[in-house]
Design a binder for this molecule. Structure first.
Ligand code: NAD
Length: 351
């Protein structure tokens, strides 16, 4: 089954098809290839149309739209963040996205992005760590063992060779679930009773907790020299994970400063506090890690170009898989100006 047999038919990737696509490609290969595409797009950062995401906040969570374009393709993601959702049997984060042709404005792909977001977030974290963590890093602490956690672990193993995990979650059942899901995949896993225990001896600390407020997942005394922090969970105004003193001791790397200053850990710092854009490190235009004692912090909030990378990767991979449905999303009257006539013909056919 080739893709786009008919320009008016939009390929739609359901959750079921996405899972089958990931498994057909292989989780590690998918993460590595996606990381390459994310990196490729960071390398052409200046060709993207960029804006902080458009967020609609409520007392329970946030709904966001994340658009970007490289002038040829346009992509956006709809994503929510509702920490209370897991108590009601729902995901904290769900998403779907669209990729369109800038030339005619027609959508070329509609896809689930809940699984794809977890994969692209993990791939992006691993890309950042590849440039920022110590080269000999083997051990990662993961604080917050919810939906994102196994994806983070798999990406760090596939891309950096991290195979020692130290897990902590306020809910021990989440850590048990994480250990169960990662069993037999080449990790040594220790579940720790406190966050303090989890970071003991860790080269990389990933914080990926969900909360609706400022939380101190890591305090200053928990972060020793040489550590790379992958701070994923603090991604909204009023929602952070790290004590401010850690930020003051770290070299901070961000995706898109205008968005991260609103949403990231650095919302705790003055608006002109110096940070480095990750794309500049990848492009060799700025320093990443310069010595083994430096504390590096990737203040991840998730940026639209990463979703764009994921959308274009998935579209390229769909060819000949059959892992999509053909969606009748776009009206296509024989005469483009006869939209109403098409409605009348439908009425006649129904009579
Ligand atoms: P989730 O609700 O499935 O899991 C969160 C886990 O954090 C839960 O198991 C919870 O018990 C645990 N937790 C909460 N407070 C804690 C604390 N103080 N100490 C230790 N554990 C704690 O959520 P998820 O889908 O895994 O997402 C986690 C966070 O990552 C969310 O805030 C989400 O918005 C964010 N996120 C960021 C990006 C990005 O690109 N930066 C992408 C996806 C998700």
């Amino acid at each position: 089954m080739t893709i786009v047999p008919n320009l008016n038919i939009v390929p739609f990737v359901s959750v079921d098809h996405m899972m089958k696509l990931v498994l057909k490609i292989g989780i590690d290969t998918f993460l590595r290839e996606l990381a390459n595409v994310v990196e490729e797009d960071f390398l052409r950062w200046e060709s993207f149309d960029k804006t902080p995401r458009i967020a609609s906040h409520s007392t329970d969570g946030v709904i966001e739209l994340m658009p970007t374009s490289d002038g040829t393709l346009y992509g956006f993601k709809y994503v929510n963040g509702h920490p209370k959702n897991t108590r009601e049997g729902r995901q904290t984060v769900t998403a779907f996205g669209v990729l369109s042709d800038v030339g005619n404005g027609y959508p070329m792909l509609l896809t689930e992005m809940t699984i794809l977001t977890a994969l692209r977030t993990a791939a992006t974290s691993a890309v950042a760590a590849k440039h920022l963590a110590r080269k000999n890093a083997r051990t990662m602490a993961i604080i917050g063992n919810g939906a994102q956690s196994e994806f983070q672990a798999r990406a760090f193993k596939a891309i950096l060779g991290i195979d020692q995990l130290r897990l902590y979650d306020i809910d021990p059942a989440a850590s048990e679930k994480c250990r169960r899901n990662l069993a037999g995949q080449g990790f040594d896993i220790v579940i720790c009773p406190t966050a303090q225990d989890a970071v003991e001896g860790a080269d990389i600390i990933t914080t990926v907790t969900a909360d609706k407020q400022y939380a101190t997942i890591l305090s200053d005394n928990m972060v020793g020299p040489g550590v790379h922090i992958n701070a994923v969970g603090g991604d909204c105004p009023g929602k952070t994970e790290l004590h401010k003193d850690i930020l003051l001791r770290s070299d901070i790397f961000v995706e898109y400063p205008p968005q991260t200053r609103i949403e990231g850990e650095i919302q705790q710092l003055p608006a002109d506090y110096p940070v480095t854009e990750l794309w500049q490190v990848i492009a060799g235009m700025a320093d990443g890690r310069v010595d083994d004692h430096q504390i590096t912090l990737f203040d991840s909030v998730g940026f639209a170009t990463e979703d764009f990378s994921a959308l274009r990767y998935v579209r390229a991979k769909l060819h000949d898989t059959g892992l999509f449905e053909e969606l009748d999303l776009l009206a296509d009257p024989d005469d483009p100006r006869d939209l109403f006539g098409m409605l009348l013909r439908c009425e006649a056919a129904m009579a």
